[in-house]
Design a protein around this ligand. Structure first.
Ligand code: NIG
Ligand code: FE
Length: 418
């Protein structure tokens, strides 16, 4: 791969600064006007004003790439996705529009359980082809690192099928994919009347095997009304931790359960959703290093008005991140720019805060902040360029994809109108 001298960055957002970002610092993104960067192999070796970088002796030998005055930022880090699922649930979408709620549909056998039925039937190659198509779309929207969960299999064979696909995709596709074991998504039909027996299987057999085989880095639980209790989630996440799987948790989405407190107790990497947290939770989160990962695509897609209290979390000093939660039930989008738009208009984050919450903080939550999440010498050349004049226009122009260039570890993944 050539070394690149990348110029023509009207605004180059480096996101250099403290990690993780809290409070006022969340809005500090560092903008270099008329910026440039130089790569060697997969890394950034120089970054700064074009005048300075241009003059470096190494720049002369590099391949030249002029981005024509676009806004450039670190590739997005999407720290919450359910990449592997069989098909859309557009029928449920229509049922909800007609008045049914997400939980009613789930109770009547739809929801996650209907995706489980489809996934168990689907072949690994069909699932993989679908995922590859989606990975191309992630890249085309400026995302260069994702987390991806299992959780639509819920029997050993099917969970393994998902984790194996994730492993293969990570080897074969340039995007970095960090796998999370979400065997505790919901109680599968076989254990409907014996949820604790399912937790036993997870804790005694599946989690230790996943951990020993190195098939996941993280362990997650959907801890909510209609899924797992706090006590069950504690057992599951502690079993994960014993095997080296770092906890993440779906917390406080539909009901206030105490899941956010559990995340703090277990020093989870991230507590995700948080629509139903209270003032005490906000304070406790702000005193911890748990990333509060907000998923506004869910409220938007479910047509709910009660978004997570992003402003209060930021002002209290919590580490706030945002992610797509790409999944067929509650948030069928893989567009981080769309999530930025929702973060700004629905949760009142500033565009700068939303960008930091989509790059450096999720990199911290995935424990990869030493290599991704900001543009600095020594880090991966992972970047996205947008066809706008000012970074605030990235969330401002919603519902269109203005990402015209994506680079991952020095390789061009996407180029449009350039
Ligand atoms: O993050 N809440 C649990 N998991 C997903 C929904 C999955 C589904 O409905 O298929 C979420 O919102
Ligand atoms: Fe989720």
């Amino acid at each position: 791969m050539p070394d690149w001298l990348i110029t023509g960055c009207s605004q180059l957002l480096t996101l250099r600064g403290p990690v993780p970002r809290r409070g006022r610092a969340l809005g500090e993104i560092e903008i270099i006007r008329d910026g440039a960067l130089l790569t060697h192999d997969d890394r950034i070796v120089a970054i700064g004003s074009r005048r300075r970088v241009d003059r470096l002796p190494k720049a002369r030998r590099a391949e030249k790439l002029d981005l024509g005055g676009r806004v450039v930022l670190p590739g997005f880090v999407d720290s919450h996705t359910h990449l592997i699922f069989p098909e859309s649930r557009a029928l449920e979408y229509e049922q909800r529009i007609a008045g049914a709620t997400y939980e009613e549909i789930a109770r009547s056998g739809g929801g996650i359980r209907s995706s489980v039925k489809g996934l168990r039937r689907a072949s690994a190659s069909t699932l993989k082809t679908r995922a590859l198509k989606n990975l191309r779309e992630f890249a085309a929207h400026g995302t260069t690192t994702i987390e991806a969960k299992s959780g639509y299999g819920l029997d050993w064979k099917s969970e393994l099928k998902i984790l194996q696909i994730l492993y293969d995709l990570h080897q074969e596709h340039p995007l970095d994919i960090h796998a999370t074991f979400l065997g505790a998504h919901v109680v599968p039909p076989e254990f409907r009347r014996r949820p604790d027996a399912y937790v036993d299987v997870l804790v005694r057999r599946w989690i230790p095997t996943v951990a020993t085989a190195g098939l996941a880095e993280f362990c997650d639980v959907y801890c909510d009304r209609g899924a797992f209790t706090v006590a069950q989630a504690r057992r599951i996440l502690m079993a994960g931790r014993a095997g080296g799987l770092v906890p993440r948790i779906h917390a406080e989405q539909l009901a206030h359960t105490g899941a956010a407190r559990l995340a703090i107790e277990l020093q989870a990497a991230s507590a995700d959703h948080l629509e139903k947290i209270d003032r005490k939770d906000i304070r406790a989160l702000s005193l911890s290093n748990v990333v509060s990962t907000l998923l506004p695509g869910c409220c938007f897609h479910l047509g709910l008005k009660h978004y997570a209290p992003a402003r209060q979390l930021i002002e209290a000093g919590a580490v706030v991140g945002i992610a797509t939660d790409f999944n067929p039930g509650t948030s069928p989008t893989l567009s981080m720019p769309m999530i930025l738009s929702l973060a700004c208009t629905q949760m009142r984050m500033t565009p700068a805060e939303a960008i930091a919450a989509a790059t450096i903080n999720p990199a911290y939550s995935l424990r990869v902040h030493d290599r991704v999440g900001s543009l600095e010498v020594g880090k991966y050349a992972d970047l996205a360029a947008f066809d706008v004049a000012d970074y605030r226009e990235i969330p401002y122009y919603f519902g269109v994809n203005l990402c015209s260039f994506t680079m991952k570890r020095g390789a061009i993944l996407h180029m449009k109108n350039l």
